[in-house]
Design a binder for this molecule. Sequence first.
Ligand code: FAD
Length: 473
Amino acid sequence: MNKKDKILIIGAGLCGSLLALRLAQRGFEVEVYESRPDLRTTNISAGRSINLALSDRGLKALRLCGMEEKAREFCIPMFGRLMHDAHGKTFSSNYSGRENEFINSISRGNLNALLLDEAEKHDNVTIHFNKQCRTVDIENTVAHFKDYQTKEEFFVHADVIFGSDGAGSSLRKSYISERKFLFSYSQNYLNHGYKELEIPANKMGTHQISKEHLHIWPRGDFMLIALPNMDGSFTVTLFLSYDEGEFNFENLTSEDKITAFFEKEFPDALALIPNIKEEFINNPTGPLGTIKCSPWSYKNKTLLIGDSSHAIVPFYGQGMNASFEDVFVFDEILNQNLETWEAVFKAYQKARKHDTDAIADLAIDNFHEMKDHVANPIFKEKRKIEMDLEKIFPTQYFSKYSLVTFNENIGYNEAMNRGRAQDKALLNLIADNDISTSLEMSIEELEIVLRKVQEETNEILQEDKIAGMNERN
Ligand code: FAD
């Protein structure tokens, strides 16, 4: 491993551009090849999802690269969820009882552009656009590209190749097709897809509904969500089955059916989406899936990072955050001054894989929570108790959501194990009437609840340990 090694990064999305920046800051020679045109100079959508929820793990990695403050300029804080029922009535649920804990809506395009600008400030980084990687000869570290504009095909040789080319990664496909080693791979699609719509700004250019919330219209089998943009608009995303249920993407084919669906299920949202029919028909429907694979690297030569190694469904708002955290963890491994890239890659996967597996599973859990459980009375009761515990005992109680989203110093795996045990404990205590759930509890009563939840959580964790359930793979 040597600073003179030529590093090739495939994909200049969120992970690839942050990785390029960090490796450049560390003094490596980096060349990046991106299949799409430069989003800073071409009017293209930045790809999937116009805006995203950025939270502590992502911010930690941006901080490492000196980018946190710049990114925060594009952030709109969201302090909780605002649920809309089918009659347009709303209720809110904060993300945390601690005031300083919130997530941020940020434009994918702005964030990606910021990272590309910063990476390009370094003389040791070159970024090429419109160059799509077709395959990678992993044994000889040679990538085969096609230029979208000239149609020219060419080969690039490097010492090390990183695949940060997202869920459809060309490097990962080459791992499969080259059959050079035992490569395990799984891809699981949800039966639901997603479609983006828009609530435009009002005449004054401001937001028509609260911009301090992530809006959810939970309907059991499907849901609508909306995140604010800086221009006063909201990006609305419908998550719906492709082919199941009364309404699905396959049968919502006429303007009348689309309007009838929204009138019945989301009347208040419909009133705010003036171009519903055009947008519904013209905007693409995207699939949602989870990808797990192993190993991420091949010898001293290649590494998958970001979505290419662990694409997840978007319901915990953690895909980008996890991909940014990958860069943070990779950087920590580089600090160990290991001798070879192979040693670095192996240490990186060992430190990281159990955490990315955990967030993949948590993201599926949250799919059910968001579309259904958030409207359930016991769930609401549980969240109310959790908010009170976090407010009164801010250093002693952290809900599963807080552990995952706001506790960047513990891994996703630990957050999952502790968070799940705690959820079970709290729900058991509520169901058994073991804890008072009166609306206003005194501090003394809350302290009793805290102790009971802690005791029961520890018992569950102990039982899980004995049953071998929390073993790392
Ligand atoms: P990508 O962002 O997919 O970037 C890959 C890049 O590689 C792209 O620029 C692509 O053009 C390029 N590329 C692809 N193939 C090639 C090729 N063959 N050759 C060259 N270049 C190539 N995450 C969150 O943290 N919070 C959220 O709120 C959130 N919301 C989401 C909502 C939706 C609907 C979806 C689908 C995802 C959401 N995510 C969210 C997840 C997030 O988008 C991804 O985890 C993140 O984009 C991963 O970054 P990446 O750089 O690894 O991959």
